[in-house]
Design a protein around this ligand. Structure first.
Ligand code: NDP
Ligand code: HSE
Length: 433
């Protein structure tokens, strides 16, 4: 590639406009450090964004996709349709693609990466996971000597912001979400954040990065934060925990676990101290041991930092093979076949500790009947807390030792049927075991 690198951007919202702004602001510094003069030749958005991109602005995406001088297309519009079509067209036109779009990579990464391999171009997506944290680069490059045993992290800024504000400043869920949206952390549809889809996409991408295979999203266990109430946050605090939405990817060499759910974390654990829109990812490698990556996982500028690092990586390394002219599997390290689909461990067999909050009628023997169900299902209790009663109904919190999901669910089903149990209000996993 020449010294001048012409880039086309599709989508000038929170992330895309930061990419354009930072490339302009730091152009001289980037040139001095890398020898690359990165220029935004065309920038497309549905709405007039001349205020962001000046004369590079276009409303017509084909001005980006068909410009022979544009070597790298940056896709920061999000969603699947038409982002996927634009990415595939850019690849077909011989352009490398840099994207911040986790949804399109998690759902269609297998097809997109295979198309890129066959065309001899690159698709990089550092910004798709944890915004500004260079976690994908670290896993692929700095940690490539390791078998990655576990990745466990707070990978969604919006939910971390909401839970932090609900816990620290007693915000309601709605107040905290509104602020997260105003700050540009939340997805266009906040359901993606609060129901855990965004974290699920990121988990699937991380699983791909560490295994080379792809996960079917419907196999990933996913739970969001909408059932977490201020009452759970307060109980957790009283017994020394903080509630976080965690993504867990665990590979014991035989089975792969990928799951997303709220978790009570011991208050002294480093992940418990990660607040606001910050993300943090724990990585356990067989050689390196434990590492933690921490930084801003959302927001225009931090995410643009990751997008631009991918642009520079593509521009520095160029195309690594020649598509149809490539000599085969050996010359470039690329296997041009589709990557394998991965089988995940059944959630039934995943072991975890649990927090269970239930309402019972305040009568003698209630605890004994609950304990008896747990005992019959071989589920062991670690701690029971009862915070008073209104005379007729008592609220009880039970913390269980690590047990198989299947046994817990069977026990909860039986407990819900007990006459003296009014309702099971919430069930949350505990700890990073
Ligand atoms: P925004 O909604 O702020 O920006 C998307 C932009 O793309 C909007 O200006 C939108 O225009 C434009 N757009 C939509 N459709 C088209 C189209 N067909 N052609 C051209 N432009 C189009 O999203 P974000 O910048 O927040 O996010 C972009 C991507 O980056 C998403 O995949 C997101 O998940 C990801 N991401 C976001 C982060 C963040 O903190 N915001 C962090 C990490 C990743 P209009 O507004 O008119 O629809
Ligand atoms: N909505 C996402 C988040 C943006 O809150 O983490 C970053 O991917």
């Amino acid at each position: 590639m020449s010294n001048i690198v012409n880039v086309g951007v599709i989508g000038l919202g929170t992330v895309g406009s930061s990419v354009v702004k930072i490339l302009k602001r730091n152009r001289k510094e980037i040139l001095a450090k890398t020898g690359l003069d990165v220029r935004v030749k065309k920038a497309c958005d549905l709405r007039d964004k001349r205020s962001v991109a000046g004369s590079a602005y276009t409303k017509n995406v084909n001005d980006v996709l068909n410009d022979p001088e544009i070597e790298i297309v940056v896709e920061t519009m999000g969603g699947v349709t038409p982002a996927k079509q634009f990415i595939l067209k850019a690849i077909a036109n011989g352009k490398s693609v840099v994207t911040s779009n986790k949804e399109v990579i998690a759902k269609h990464g297998r097809e997109i990466i295979s198309a890129a391999d066959n065309a001899g171009v690159q698709v990089l997506f550092e910004a798709s996971v944890c915004g500004g944290i260079p976690i994908i680069h670290a896993l692929r490059n700095s940690l490539s000597a390791n078998n990655i045993k576990e990745i466990c992290g707070i990978v969604n800024g919006t939910t971390n912001y909401i839970l932090s504000k609900m816990s620290g400043e007693k915000f309601t869920f709605e107040e905290a979400l509104k602020q997260a949206q105003e700050k540009g952390y939340a997805e266009a549809d906040p359901t993606n954040d609060v129901e855990g889809y965004d974290a699920m996409y990121k988990s699937a991408i991380l699983a791909h990065v560490v295994t080379g295979g792809f996960v079917d999203l419907k196999d990933i266990y996913r739970e969001g934060i909408t059932k977490i109430s201020p009452i759970d946050i307060a109980y957790a605090k009283n017994i020394g925990y903080v509630i976080k939405l965690l993504a867990v990817i665990r590979n014991d060499g035989k089975e792969l676990e990928v799951r997303v759910h709220p978790t009570l974390i011991e208050k002294d654990h480093p992940l418990a101290k990660v607040s606001d829109n910050y993300n943090a990812v724990f990585v356990k490698g067989d050689a390196v041991g434990d590492l933690m990556f921490y930084g801003q996982g959302a927001g225009g500028d931090p995410t643009a930092s990751a997008v631009i690092s991918d642009i520079l990586e593509v521009a520095c390394t160029g195309s690594s093979c020649e598509g149809d002219d490539c000599c085969g599997d050996d010359c470039c390290g690329h296997d041009h076949a589709l990557a394998p689909m991965l089988k995940l461990k059944s959630m039934d067999n995943v072991k975890s500790r649990y927090y269970i909050r239930l309402e019972t009628y305040d009568k003698p023997g209630v605890m004994a009947s609950i304990a008896s169900v747990f005992s019959k299902k071989k589920v062991s209790i670690r701690e029971v807390v009862q915070h008073g009663s209104d005379g007729s109904v008592a609220e009880i919190v039970i913390i269980l030792h690590a047990n198989r999901e299947k046994d817990i669910q069977a026990a909860l089903k039986a407990i819900a049927k007990l006459n003296d149990v009014k309702k099971i209000s919430n069930v949350i996993r505990v700890g990073i075991d």
